[in-house]
Write a protein of this length. Structure first.
Length: 135
């Protein structure tokens, strides 16, 4: 398990299109219309260049496409812009804390199938420069 704390890039979808903000909100009005619910790829199913992996679907017991962004039931546009500031942040300066989920060193509590982990933040490894705990 990796836990990253700090400034991490929002540019995660279609890594070969670096620096492009992928969003459904084509008219930049902050609302999702029926003509915009295309998913991150901006293309409806069946059209050329459609990414079939962004399709949303759900049937009882089948969660394989529950995180799909195309034609999902959300009422706001899906976007890579995680902090919703209108910009694609591409900074990669963070602390990474890594541990194996089978290792019980950081397990603070267990209840049935659930585990509570407590990870000492001071053991984080600096990645991409010198991150700031303040940010």
């Amino acid at each position: 398990m990796n836990v990253d704390l700090g400034a991490v890039s929002e540019d995660f979808y279609r890594p070969w299109r670096v620096g492009v903000l992928n969003t459904e909100d084509k008219d930049n009005d902050g609302k999702l219309s029926t003509t915009e619910n295309t998913g991150y790829d901006g293309v409806f199913s069946g059209d050329d260049d459609d990414d079939p992996d962004d399709n949303w679907s759900y049937t009882e017991g089948n969660y394989s496409q529950i995180n799909g962004t195309e034609e999902n039931p959300r009422t706001v546009p899906d976007t890579e812009d995680l902090d919703d500031d209108g910009n694609l942040d591409m900074d990669e300066v963070f602390y990474r804390l890594s541990f194996d989920l089978s290792d019980t060193t950081y397990v603070a509590n267990e209840s049935g199938d659930w585990r509570l982990y407590r990870i000492p933040l001071t053991q984080g490894e600096a990645m991409g420069g010198t991150p700031s705990w303040r940010s």
